[in-house]
Ligand binder design. Structure first.
Ligand SMILES: Cc1ncc(COP(=O)(O)O)c(C=O)c1O
Length: 388
């Protein structure tokens, strides 16, 4: 089956017993055991639940993995993956990635002796240098990348990084939230683990918080399933149902996100109120060629730097159609201020050094009429400079 059909029929397709075209919501915590020492395959819903299992099988099919795991949030998924490491291990991370991923490493895992090192993962030579520097200790056990990164849309070559990681005995973990398996399949490019904030494009309607993990080796799935059950951050049955429902329309939504985003990126590029546009679909983007080679599109997120003449607070609050708020990947366009919102937990100096400056704006382009979106942005630019 091709991906458009898999989105609708992958995993567990409907309900075999009744013929219902949708997987039922098994809203239960526990299961009756027919005989002593015998169960139906389900014992307790933290360990396994049929609705959750349906979304876990679906994401595994979509990413080309052997198994998936569903969690109560993207951060719960990332946290479960990071608990694969132990005290003394080091994880290399992209130099701009979702602030919450940095925060959990910096403020939680560091307390347990798991170290992180920030690297510009767009430069293979920088990754190699970091791996070489720590080779004697043998401490680098993982490379955690986002591509494109949140919020600067940096592109990392998944195939090359995975190859390098393997040489040094490290796992490659890719946060595939921005692309989804409709546009990019990291496991096929050599990565070991994919994580998702399914809250975003996979859910697609800004109505749930969820996280997913997919792997391509049984031993790794067994370990992560053990961790999922032991630590307990599972996705609820109703949210699993909503996520399956959202995934069915992922293809048509992503096509429209792609179409709208390239038009808006071009509008911003030509606009005198914008100093810089970060969108891998633009030919001048340094990662454009790698993105074209490893993905089927450029996605719906654009970041841009406003000219200093524009008051960014006024600009953000003048928008009427585009919603000013956290998150991305919904059918509605969402806009945020990374320095104070999504990336506020990253220290000021690091933010400045990588380019998460105060007049940086991140726009998640929705699937509304693109001309309405452009008109809204245009009007907000005018409002933003009203007191010139
Ligand atoms: C790229 C990326 N990864 C992970 C997360 C965390 O996901 P969640 O908010 O579902 O916990 C986010 C949230 O914004 C994200 O953008």
């Amino acid at each position: 089956m091709r991906i458009e059909s898999l989105l609708i029929h992958g995993g567990i397709d409907g309900d075999e017993r009744t013929g219902a075209v949708n997987v039922p919501i098994y809203q239960t915590s526990t299961y009756k055991q027919p005989f002593f020492g015998v169960n139906t395959g389900y014992e307790y819903s933290r360990t396994g639940n049929p609705t959750r299992e349906a979304v876990e099988k679906l994401i595994a099919d979509l990413e080309g993995g052997i198994g998936g795991l569903a969690f109560g949030s993207g951060m719960a998924a990332t946290t479960a993956v990071l608990t694969l490491f132990k005290s003394g291990d080091t994880v290399l991370i992209s130099d701009n990635l979702y602030g919450g991923t940095f925060r959990v490493l910096d403020k939680v895992f560091k307390n347990f002796g798991i170290q992180y090192q920030i690297v510009d993962t767009t430069k293979l030579s920088d990754i190699k240098d970091a791996l070489e520097a720590l080779k004697a200790e043998g401490s680098v056990k993982g490379i955690f990348i986002e591509t494109p990164t949140n919020p600067l849309m940096d592109i990392t070559d998944i195939k090359e990084v995975s190859k390098l990681a393997k040489e040094y005995g490290a796992l490659t973990i890719v946060d595939n939230t921005f692309m989804t398996p409709y546009l990019q399949k990291p496991l096929e490019l050599g990565a070991d683990i994919v994580v998702h904030s399914a809250t975003k494009y996979l859910g697609g309607h800004s109505d749930l918080i969820a996280g997913l993990v997919v792997v391509k080796e049984q031993a790794l799935w067994d370990k992560l399933h053990f961790i999922q059950n032991a630590t307990g951050g599972v996705l609820a049955p109703f949210d699993s149902f909503l996520l399956i429902r959202g995934i069915k329309t992922l293809g048509v939504r992503m096509d429209r996100h792609n179409e709208n985003a390239i038009q808006i990126a071009n509008f911003l590029k030509e606009n005198e109120n914008v100093l810089k546009v970060y969108y891998p679909g633009l030919e001048q983007h340094p990662g454009h060629e790698i993105q074209k080679a490893q993905a089927q599109g450029f996605g719906g997120v654009i970041s841009f730097v406003l000219d200093k003449r524009i008051d960014y607070k006024k600009f953000l609050t003048s928008l009427e159609l585009v919603t000013f708020g956290e998150s991305l990947g919904g059918v509605e366009s969402l806009i945020c201020h990374p320095a104070s919102m999504t990336h506020g937990s990253i220290p000021y100096e690091i933010r400045q050094s990588v380019g998460i400056v105060d007049n940086l704006i991140r726009l998640s382009v929705g699937i509304e009429n693109v001309n309405d979106l452009i008109e809204d942005l245009y009007k907000a630019f005018e409002e933003g400079k009203a007191n010139d």
